[in-house]
Design a binder for this molecule. Sequence first.
Ligand code: GLV
Ligand code: MN
Ligand code: MN
Length: 411
Amino acid sequence: MSEPDADALGERADTMIRTLGSISAEPNRLIRQYLTPEHRAAADLIGSWMRAAKLEVSEDALGTVRGHWAGATKKRLLIGSHIDTVIDGGMYDGPFGVVAGILAAEHFAAAGRKLGFGIDVLAFGDEEGVRFPTTLASSMACAGTFDVARLDMTGRDGVTLRDAIKQYGKNPDDIPAAAYARDVAAAYVEVHIEQGPVLEYRSQPLGVVNAIAGQSYLNVEFLGEAGHAGTVPMMLRRDALAGAAEVILLAERLARETKGEVVATVGHLRIPAAASNVIPGNVALIVDIRSGSDKARHQFVDAFKAEIRAVAGRRELGLTITQTRDVATTPCDPALQDGIADAIRAVGGEPLRLASGAGHDGTAMAKLCPIAMMFVRCRGGISHNPAEYASPADMGLAIGALIRFIENAKL
Ligand code: GLV
Ligand code: MN
Ligand code: MN
């Protein structure tokens, strides 16, 4: 089998990512939410690339595009990432992992030599959790852990997941068939931009992920009393937004006090009847809390909830706190980590081990089989931002290392 040309692969990945990056709900910012027409268009493009790479293409009930290359046994190496984006996101978060999988699988498919295992490249559609309150529906379906109660959950556009699946042309009754059998799914590997600054700081193009941080999501809703901005004296107000502002600063203060162990973010605030001359009577916000330590995260959540209740009490606000996520930290498989490290060395890198603060489909896939992740340096560590960038040279090295990993994998 010929040696892969990493530079050429990096250039091809770059072109593919830019093409995919042009598929968006809006012309001037990248928005590709789960089960939307943009998702459909991106999935079709991915399917056409898989076919061109000589992979057999199918799609499951939750829209995951699968490109299959048969091996000598029924065992398969699953390689995947996601093609949905945040609002005004970057082009590389997710798509790079799918494109890397296609180009690596093509390397073997084009040579026509069978490996001891097949390869399935998976393009998931629900990793960012932007449209619906929970996330990873597509990878959970593949892992056989999708909870059908989630079908009734309503997205930010008011459509339930069940209806969104039907509108996408799929049948929710087919979800169980998306699950891989445990004796088929030998391992799951994902290549992803780092989304943080460590590799750049250490002048390394590639790294090995040792664990994916756990997450908690709290939906906090305050109910005060709407009123006229000009007539109600300050002392008589029950301002729900002022309560929310305290919670935002509280999240920041408590997280800073953990000295790096926990990070907490309020990136979503909803003021249903927002108007400049109305005292806000109802406000909802989402707090995203993450840590590599589940104990530290749980302690944080308990202390934070107590402080939120105190804010509501002082301000005489009604309060509901709903925890929509409590996802444990996911360790990556030690033997697969070593395989990724060897592959990075083989392409001239020094395999730095680092944890992922970002969430990934690997968290869901770890319930099915051992998982591993390779990180690729991204400029300035910037992600979830249109300025996100990884160089073609680094992406080429990553695909070269992925090919090496596949060649040497004992599954
Ligand atoms: C996805 O990018 C997440 O970490 O929330
Ligand atoms: Mn991602
Ligand atoms: Mn992301």
